[in-house]
Design a protein around this ligand. Structure first.
Ligand code: ATP
Length: 199
């Protein structure tokens, strides 16, 4: 599985539809300060379901919509499509290519699509949940975050690694299962007491 292309339209500094084709391996985006390199990364976070405006370096979510420049009027909507090569079947869907689209209007209304079919954000989150590229997977490390990771306490650093490796999800499930077992044991004990009383 690899990211194949990213199309942005009306998103931050990208007023016109712009497509970046990504090949397997390392892709570098270079350009002068303020030319929109980080906006490309923000577009990837956003289309994958990012809900926090701060994580996208804005004050409110509407800030992702092209706000206009001296020579160009503001736009009414932002749209990003991320196409993922799924020939290895890493994503649990019967398509060798998967396109995820997110669209947002100034009214605040959002739309999501998988391969052109309208869906819920939850469907996208579920599709990506075991792929390692979903939201909160620490796949995108922003400027300054690396410093934070390097200077984090060992136990915090361990949780970054566990989350990236997909272990955290299983640890949380295990903790939930243990809590359920404990509640079940308490019920069994209570049942035992009642049986003794009734004898
Ligand atoms: P640096 O190298 O300094 O980190 P960069 O290439 O990563 O810069 P970005 O931070 O991606 O640059 O882009 C910043 C530019 O995006 C600014 O010029 C800003 O005005 C523009 N921008 C951000 N949001 C919007 C928006 N909603 N509408 C129009 N332009 C926007």
């Amino acid at each position: 599985m690899h990211l194949k292309s990213l199309t942005v339209k009306g998103f931050k500094s990208f007023a016109s539809a712009t497509t970046l084709r990504l090949e397997p391996g390392i892709t570098c985006v270079v350009g002068p300060n303020g030319s929109g390199k980080s906006n490309v990364v923000d577009a990837i976070s956003w289309v994958l379901g990012e809900q926090g405006a701060k994580a996208l370096r804005g004050g409110k979510m509407e800030d992702v919509i092209f706000a206009g420049t001296a020579g160009r009027a503001p736009l009414g909507r932002a749209e990003v499509t991320l196409t993922i090569d799924n020939t290895d079947g890493a994503l649990p869907i019967d398509y060798t290519e998967v396109s995820i689209t997110r669209r947002m209007f100034r009214s605040g209304e959002s739309e999501y699509e998988i391969n052109g079919n309208q869906c819920r954000l939850l469907d996208i989150q579920e599709l990506l949940s075991d792929s390692g590229i979903g939201r909160e997977m620490h796949v995108i490390v922003g400027q300054g975050r690396l410093d934070g990771v390097l200077h984090a306490r060992p136990e915090d650093r361990r949780s970054f690694v566990e989350e990236a490796a997909g272990v955290l999800k299983h640890r949380k499930r295990k903790e939930k299962a243990i809590r359920k077992l404990e509640a079940m044991q308490a019920n069994l004990n209570r049942l035992g007491d009642l049986t003794t009383e009734l004898r």
